[in-house]
Design a protein around this ligand. Sequence first.
Ligand code: FAD
Length: 159
Amino acid sequence: MDDRLFRTAMGKFATGVTVIATEVDGDIHGMTANAFMSVSLQPKLVVISISEKANMLYLIKESGKFSVNILSAEQQELSQLFAGQLKEQRKVAFENLDGVPVIEGAVAQISCEVTNTHVEGDHTLFIGKVTAIEVTDEDPLIFFNGRYRSLTVGTISQP
Ligand code: FAD
């Protein structure tokens, strides 16, 4: 099967946008991801899927912790930054939630400890036990058909 057809079909699934963050030896690393879902209520578990090509893969393996930051409609630029799509580097101020770096102003900040990993094809699934959560009432950033959108104004712009 053609890769492009697979990508196009997956892009028909509208999602929010998250930034996964972790810290190793005092250095914080962030990465944009939309392969995220809730797994279990008791215990509270989530899953993220990280490419074998991503620097984040090795960093989460080392730290054993990560945060999932669900971005607000105002945070498209952070999504682009942490996807490596901006030409210039930016300094980002992180907060701390239960010992894990989190992004200020995110719709939800979710701190996790890795409880299991599964290598599947060219991605690794990290199961995270949720240790702390903060939420706000901001509207989320949406990703659909390869474009950013918002709940209120439709398409914002191309990634
Ligand atoms: P790098 O390429 O090393 O870093 C990414 C960028 O973040 C760089 O520009 C870096 O300078 C910047 N950065 C990192 N930390 C900081 C910091 N502390 N302060 C300032 N800047 C920093 N890939 C997946 O594996 N799984 C997914 O679910 C997924 N979903 C995606 C969803 C969307 C909407 C998009 C646009 C991309 C998605 N990607 C996903 C692709 C992924 O975001 C990129 O391939 C990413 O560049 C790979 O991450 P990396 O760890 O190699 O980061």
